[in-house]
Design a binder for this molecule. Structure first.
Ligand SMILES: CCCCCCCCCCC/C=C/C(=O)SCCNC(=O)CCNC(=O)[C@H](O)C(C)(C)COP(=O)(O)OP(=O)(O)OC[C@H]1O[C@@H](n2cnc3c(N)ncnc32)[C@H](O)[C@@H]1OP(=O)(O)O
Length: 390
């Protein structure tokens, strides 16, 4: 269950039933409007819904409830760091001058639709007891001399949760000591990875924003250090679009294979952030300072072919044969003498290790400041309130 969902659920207890903005709401004449009794019944019915209707619907319910009971939004807008209350306020405020009566009716209609759909069997709806545990977001397997670390949150485009950063660190540490010759990072579904899960920043710890930025910077530094120090051949099998940190760390891989459907996007300025994953050093080295600046400063998105032409990607494969061709090749490579591959990697990496660690430390420290900036907070709030997408 996502953090936002948890927060909204807690919210619903504290603030009573939730609601959603304009989408799918009915407009009726006064004679057809629901009575106060219908409304009270609907409020009780919400608590009996068998299935969680999801954050968006709960927000809609919340806003309609507030509009129906208090009228148009008349309370001050919460601060931009108060993500949850701001999202709720936005939803209520979006109803504008909708009358109390119309809001009451829309609330009743929405609850009635929800009750009907939660009663009809839906084979695709995930039952609570089939919910994937957090650890299923990463799947690690070892076969044919290859350890594969697979990002497995396809419904969220494999965005990286805080837990996933920790799990990847643990998986890389284990892979560095296991029997496999090669380690692969790849993704499930249509995306390789959409980068940092932006809801990671919605859990403010007791120490507030400053403490959150401190612990995020420490985690980022540990995470990237694992890639710098990884002792065996590390291969990225980029099965679809890649965003943010999943792109920047590619500069620390030994080989990057991509489907022709992949794209490579580092929208740090759009997000009020700055480069990480040692990309401020590796990208200019790989593609030249000007091409690197276009990506890292202006967020230019590269196609797979462009990324290959600029040296970030080793080879591009047609999507239809991508998996077959790449895995056949990796299986062949995994039969090469493992010690020779390790030693060769060490010779290459040792020349750079000290520099890479220094770059990682600096980038993490700069980001610690960035995460506390208005630019960054506004960009995250904007994505979370569904106003912005890349
Ligand atoms: C206190 C400790 C914290 C520790 C944190 C560690 C910190 C290390 C951080 C290092 C710095 C990293 C920087 C980056 O990676 S910057 C890049 C961040 N990524 C983004 O900005 C991408 C945002 N996503 C999008 O723009 C679009 O979703 C995307 C273009 C990727 C896909 O669009 P599409 O229309 O195809 O699909 P949807 O938008 O409908 O996505 C499906 C669902 O997935 C959710 N989603 C996707 N990406 C993210 C994401 N990055 N964070 C959170 N959620 C994401 C999306 O919201 C949809 O969810 P719902 O179905 O529930 O709506």
């Amino acid at each position: 269950m996502s953090l936002v969902y948890d927060s909204l659920a807690r919210w619903s207890v504290a603030w009573s039933p939730l609601q959603v903005p304009a989408l799918g709401l009915h407009v009726r004449g006064p004679a057809m409007l629901a009575s106060q009794k219908d409304f009270n019944n609907a409020v009780s019915q919400v608590k009996l819904l068998k299935e969680d209707p999801g954050n968006e619907v709960k927000l809609k319910l919340y806003a309609l409830y507030k509009q129906a009971t208090e009228g148009p939004c008349n309370v001050p807008k919460p601060g931009m760091l108060d993500f949850i209350n701001k999202t709720k306020w936005d939803a209520w405020n979006a109803l504008g001058s909708l009358s109390k009566e119309a809001a009451r009716q829309n609330y009743v209609d929405l609850v009635s639709r929800l009750s009907a759909s939660s009663e009809s069997p839906s084979p695709e709806a995930p039952a609570a007891d089939r919910k994937q545990p957090e650890s299923d977001s990463l799947v690690v397997t070892s076969e044919d001399g290859i350890t594969t670390i697979r990002l497995n949150r396809p419904a969220k485009k494999n965005a990286l949760t805080t837990q996933m950063y920790h799990d990847i660190i643990a998986a890389l540490q284990a892979a560095s000591k296991d029997e496999s010759a090669i380690t692969v990072l790849t993704g499930s579904g249509d995306y390789y990875c959409s980068g940092n899960d932006l809801t990671n920043f919605t859990h403010l710890p007791a120490g507030g924003l400053e403490e959150m930025a401190r612990s995020a910077a420490a985690l980022l530094r540990d995470f990237v250090n694992c890639f710098i120090d990884f002792p065996k051949p590390l291969v990225a099998v980029v099965n679809g679009p890649a965003v943010g940190i999943s792109v920047t760390i590619l500069g620390l891989f030994d080989v990057v294979y991509a489907t022709d459907r992949a794209s490579f996007h580092t929208p740090f300025s759009h997000l009020g952030q700055s480069p990480e994953g040692c990309s401020s050093y590796t990208f200019p080295k790989i593609m030249g300072s000007s091409k690197a600046a276009e990506m890292l400063l202006f967020g230019k998105k590269l196609t797979a072919q462009e990324a290959c032409a600029q040296g970030l990607v080793t080879e591009v494969f047609p999507d239809g044969t991508f998996q077959k061709e790449v895995w056949a090749r990796l299986k062949a490579y995994s039969k090469l003498p493992p010690n020779a591959m390790r030693i060769s990697k060490q010779i290459i990496r040792n020349r750079e290790k000290e520099k890479l660690h220094a770059v990682n430390a600096e980038e993490s420290s700069v980001l610690r400041e960035r995460w506390q900036s208005d630019e960054c907070m506004n960009a995250i709030a904007s994505f979370l309130s569904r106003k912005a997408k890349l």
